[in-house]
Structure formats: structure tokens, C-alpha cells
Design a protein around this ligand. Structure first.
Ligand code: FES
Length: 293
């Protein structure tokens, strides 16, 4: 089933026709690499920088749970004829609709920084979820207008669309790996390991090195040498190809900004800290070891 679905999605070239102008529009509202100002603060809030974890999956639990409750309450109300349960079902339906808005806004903010297959599957996920919201909105209107049976039918359509959208959302994360921590399996050296001669490290320059089988970003500023994993936690781009900004590095792909001293996320779309390394100099060699979290 999974492979058939992938093939079906691959054939939907119209998705890219929609995605191109939509991403362009979103990036005009939320430009990448702005680093300061209200736009960046809102992006950080919606991505989940403050949470240390993407915000979107947490927010989606509310409509999914509320609409599951609607389905259960509707079923029991239909069997028992209880008006109280009908009212409870309508209330959970409306709760799901109210919660769908922030979930959608956070999801769109994450989606604008996707590309390739993650962009296509992400768009399909969003469109399916939008269809679910429309069906539930129509269901609520029908219920309020006294057409309960039609309202229940429309809720069923909404639930089926939501389940399909949730499947695609799971595919985006568990199969395509967005926005999974791209350094999750980078252990790095557990004890001090040589990275490069100190004399070879230029001042204030993002420099790529390697230690213990992991690519490391090194930066020398005066007497201090900082070391981070060179793979961006957000989508795997190379931080040493990015830009140095004071005590921070800015990723070349989507502008995530990390503090060189401890890997803290200063700006998203990354939400998890970049792994950082303790540094010592022994016999003019830079040695690094993974810092305790
Ligand atoms: Fe997206 Fe680094 S890969 S910000």
C-alpha cells in the first residue's frame, strides 16, 4: 500500500505548481535569514524554538482528540437518543475546529522551509487537513441548522480526511525525516580526540574538521575555540558553508542560527540545539569531545 501511495503522489505534478507560488508567498511574509524583528520572533514561536521541539505535532493532538471524541459521542448518542450526548458531540466538534487554526498556522510555517519530496507530501498533508476542516465546518453548520443526520455524515467525511492527513503527516516525519533531528545518531567522540592543528585554524572563520568519524565545525575567536556538529539539526545542511555572526553561526539553507558556545538555537526553523563539543589544546593540536548535555 505504501509504495502504491508513493507512486500516486509522485505522479501529482500539479502539487509543485501549487507549492511554488505558495512557498514564495509565505517566504515574502516570513523571510528566511532575517535574524531579528517581529517576523523572526513569530516564526520562532510557531516553529517551536521556545519549546525545544517542533510545535506543530503537539498542537495537532487537540483537533485529532476532539474529533475522535465527536465520533464516539455521536455513535453513543445515535444509539441512546441522548440529547446531552448530542450537545457534547457538537461541543467537541467546535473545539476541534477552534484548535485546528493554530495547528494549521504552525504547520504552514514548518512547511515553507521544505523542499523536494518533503514539500510535496507536506502540501498534500495540508490540503487533506484543510478538506477535513471544511467538512467539519459544514457539519457544524448542518447540526446548528437542525440537519443532524447530514451533520453526522459530514463529520464522518471530515474524520476520514483527517485520518488520511495524519497518515501523510506521519509519513513526512517517519519516512522522509522532516523535521527530525538530523544529528540524532551522531555520537561524536566520547573522549578528547584530535581534530586539527591549532595553527591551521584561521581566526573568525567557519572551518570544517573531523573527529571520531563526525564532521565538526570549528571557530577560533581570540584565545577561544568553539566546536559544533557540522550537520544542521534542522534538515542536514553543512553549517561550515554558512555565515558567522558574532558568537553564532547561521545555516546557509533556511537561516537557523546557533550559539557557537553551546549550540543553543537563537533562531529557527531549527528547534533543537546543535550538538556542541568541549575543546582543549594539547601540544598545539585541537582536541574535542562531546559535551555533556
Ligand atoms: Fe534548515 Fe539548517 S538545514 S536551517
Amino acid at each position: 500500500m505504501y509504495r502504491s501511495l508513493q507512486r500516486l503522489i509522485d505522479r501529482q505534478s500539479w502539487l509543485n505548481t501549487v507549492a511554488d507560488p505558495l512557498q514564495k508567498f509565505l517566504n515574502s511574509i516570513f523571510p528566511q535569514q532575517v535574524e531579528t524583528g517581529a517576523s523572526q520572533a513569530i516564526q520562532n514561536l510557531l516553529n517551536g524554538v521556545w519549546l525545544g521541539h517542533p510545535l506543530h505535532p503537539m498542537l495537532t493532538d487537540v483537533p485529532v482528540g476532539a474529533w475522535t471524541a465527536t465520533l464516539v459521542l455521536d455513535s453513543i448518542a445515535a444509539l441512546s437518543g441522548s440529547e446531552h450526548l448530542e450537545q457534547a458531540a457538537d461541543l467537541t466538534l467546535a473545539t476541534g475546529l477552534a484548535a485546528a487554526l493554530p495547528a494549521a498556522v504552525s504547520g504552514v510555517t514548518d512547511w515553507k522551509d521544505t523542499y523536494g519530496e518533503t514539500r510535496t507530501v507536506g502540501l498534500l498533508h495540508g490540503l487533506t487537513m484543510a478538506g477535513s476542516v471544511l467538512a467539519y465546518t459544514a457539519a457544524l453548520a448542518a447540526r446548528r441548522g437542525g440537519a443532524r443526520s447530514a451533520g453526522m455524515l459530514l463529520s464522518g467525511v471530515g474524520y476520514a480526511l483527517m485520518a488520511g492527513g495524519a497518515y501523510l503527516g506521519g509519513d513526512e516525519v517517519f519516512d522522509l525525516g522532516y523535521p527530525v533531528n538530523q544529528t540524532a545518531f551522531h555520537q561524536g567522540p566520547g573522549k578528547y580526540t584530535k581534530a586539527m592543528p591549532l595553527a591551521d585554524l584561521p581566526e573568525n572563520t567557519l572551518t570544517k574538521a573531523s573527529a571520531g568519524g563526525v564532521s565538526i565545525l570549528l571557530v577560533k575567536q581570540g584565545s577561544a575555540v568553539y566546536a559544533l556538529d557540522d550537520t544542521c539539526v534542522h534538515a542536514g545542511c553543512t553549517l561550515s558553508d554558512g555565515r558567522l555572526d558574532g558568537h553564532s553561526v547561521i545555516c546557509p539553507c533556511h537561516g537557523s542560527q546557533f550559539d557557537l558556545r553551546d549550540g543553543t538555537v537563537l533562531n529557527g526553523p531549527a528547534t533543537m540545539p546543535e550538538p556542541h563539543y568541549d575543546v582543549r589544546i594539547r601540544e598545539d593540536m585541537i582536541e574535542v569531545k562531546r559535551a555533556a548535555e
